[in-house]
Ligand binder design. Structure first.
Ligand SMILES: [Zn+2]
Length: 580
């Protein structure tokens, strides 16, 4: 058993009611110290409520079936976990969790607490799985702060989308049944997929996320407890109190007292640390975002990114900067409605690609000599997401066949004309105009056909034909998008890459990519890109970057790494579009 990776199936009994107690009888698999399966959830987890816990025996039966029929390809085995744990390796943070039998808590691999003996630990793919096995979150390493689930080869698309949906709604609306229905699968099947890939049921994952977010709000903000309860999706203060007490054996107030908050935060202002697994190329991220920042709405300056936001009639802004020492992005959010914080934080995590699993990505990209060079020189480049899908799509259309610089100027004019004035911070003067405003806006400074494409997109969003949130079927979404005259495959793939965070999205007709590899046609590019799957979006980032650097070499002095990374107007993907 030592000679192969441990699968979730090996660990099946961990999730059953029968073996949930820590005194459960030892089996062979337990003696080995246990397993590691798939990756973990979006930075959250903890103990599920009994009311949402799935019945154990069903779980175990399902997993037993997998034991025979599924040969799962594992990223990690327990020896890797063990090494990562003993060396407190931050690159593994969030990729697995450690249940310590002697203390009954579960930890991140970087936990500063004294290291437990191997025979006393178990490894879990997600925090929710550890919680389901009866472990409590550690108060020292705070599992709620770990980076999120990496999207990686082999994880079911259904699970990834379900996770995204849970992230957007916290499973508040209709529970597992509705989630399954939205995904077009049966709820039993969905549960089975979750158990297989995450080691926990959808309910447990959602519950864990709520609880972790609540813990973050207790620790990192001064929000009154009744607001914390609502902001973290508990519905009632009573349920919130009970949930926290059950898992942490303390009241929310007692937990807050443990935290020494030194800075006084202004009202409606919240400060969060969002962890990532190093390396993270923050300079590269800013170098991409800066030339594309919509004037008045987004600002990149002094190593920080900030922008205005509007949600459900409330306006605010957030600012993001790097905390290299703690492998985190520091986020300051100013927003009047604390209930929106969960969504805002999830969106920022996606926007800055905090769940990426660099080692997995790099394995595929290194195969290509051109990429290998780039990856070596600039490790940790992420795929930038966006705050709002509609805004990004508009920006992509504006950029068709003109330079990035030209498109940015055009976006600035559009904002000035149609955006609502709002100036909460330096450099921010407006909110990006919503679809309702652009649906019949008289847009100037661009060909009439392009203006009509933007209006058509805005109308489709207003009609509900297109929604950038809660996308379940990517292909169908992209097909609908391409029905709009003026939006073609290139634009759709770009939207998939940045608005939906599809790691394998690939604008194969992009002339910048063709030039970077000295290829003459998209088909040759597609063939070459097969080897980069499922990380073609990351390869795209590196190739645009290659071009950016070539330009730097030819023309301007390369002052710093940041300068080299600049994907300025030379990254001609916006010079060329597949759109007609
Ligand atoms: Zn710990």
């Amino acid at each position: 058993m030592n000679n192969r990776s441990w699968t979730l199936a090996d660990a099946a009994p961990l999730q059953t009611g029968r073996f949930r107690t820590l005194q459960a009888p030892l089996r062979n698999w337990q003696k080995e110290s246990s397993f590691i399966g798939r990756e973990q959830r979006i930075g959250d987890a903890s103990k599920p409520n009994s009311q949402v816990r799935e019945p154990g025996p069903k779980t175990s039966r399902l997993l037993a079936v997998f034991h025979y029929h599924e040969v799962t390809k594992m990223n990690l085995d327990w020896r890797v976990c063990s090494r990562a744990r003993l060396s407190r390796d931050a690159r593994f943070d969030g990729k697995f969790f450690i249940g310590v039998r002697t203390s009954g808590v579960y930890c991140r691999p970087i936990c500063p607490a004294p290291t437990a003996k191997e025979k006393n630990v178990r490894y879990f793919p997600t925090a929710a799985a550890a919680a389901e096995a009866g472990f409590r979150p550690c108060l020292r390493c705070r599992p709620e702060c770990s980076p999120g689930t990496p999207a990686w080869l082999g994880t079911s698309n259904t699970v990834l989308r379900a996770l995204r949906l849970i992230g957007e709604s916290a499973l508040e609306d209709g529970g597992v049944e509705e989630l399954a229905e939205r995904l077009g699968v049966g709820s039993r099947h969905l549960r089975r997929l979750f158990l297989r890939h995450l080691g926990a049921t959808p309910s447990a994952v959602a519950q864990t996320r709520r609880l972790h977010f609540a813990k973050k709000l207790i620790d990192e903000t001064r929000l009154p407890m009744n607001q914390v309860a609502l902001a973290s999706g508990f519905g009632s203060v009573r349920r919130f109190n009970a949930g926290i007490r059950k898992v942490y054996h303390r009241t929310p107030t007692q937990i807050r007292r443990l935290v020494r908050q030194t800075t006084v935060q202004p009202e409606n202002e919240y400060f969060f640390h969002l962890r990532f697994r190093p390396p993270y190329n923050w300079q590269g991220m800013l170098a991409f975002l800066a030339p594309r920042a919509t004037p008045g709405v987004e600002v990149v300056d002094l190593g920080k990114y900030r922008r205005s936001i509007s949600l459900d009639g409330q306006d605010g802004y957030f600012e993001v900067s790097l905390d290299q020492e703690h492998n985190s992005l520091d986020v300051r959010v100013q927003f009047g409605e604390p209930r929106a914080l969960f969504f805002i934080i999830e969106r920022i995590r996606a926007m800055f690609d905090l769940n990426a699993d660099w080692p997995a990505i790099v394995r595929s990209l290194r195969i290509d000599p051109v990429l290998a060079q780039r990856v070596e020189a600039y490790p940790g480049l992420r795929t930038p997401g966006c705050w709002n899908g509609f805004e990004l799509a508009v920006r992509a259309i504006l950029g068709q066949q003109i330079t990035v610089k030209g498109a940015t100027a055009l976006a600035g004019r559009l904002v000035k004309m149609f955006g609502r004035p709002f100036a909460p911070a330096d450099g921010i003067t407006h909110l990006f105009p919503p679809a309702e405003v652009l649906a019949d806006a008289r847009l100037a400074g661009m060909p009439e056909a392009r203006a009509e494409t933007i209006r058509a997109l805005a109308r489709a969003v207003c009609d509900g034909q297109i929604s950038f949130d809660r996308i379940v079927e990517l292909d169908r979404f992209l097909a609908t998008l391409c029905e709009i005259p003026g939006i073609g495959t290139w634009t759709a793939q770009y939207v998939a890459m940045r608005a939906l965070g599809e790691p394998d999205a690939f604008p194969s007709g992009d002339i910048g990519l063709l030039r970077a590899l000295n290829l003459s046609n998209p088909r040759a590019l597609e063939e070459r890109a097969e080897a980069w799957r499922p990380w073609r979006a990351y390869a795209t980032m590196y190739l645009w970057n290659v071009r950016g650097e070539a330009k730097t070499r030819a023309g301007r002095p390369a002052l710093s790494k940041t300068k080299n990374m600049t994907m300025d107007e030379a990254s001609s993907y916006e010079n060329f579009s597949m759109a007609k």
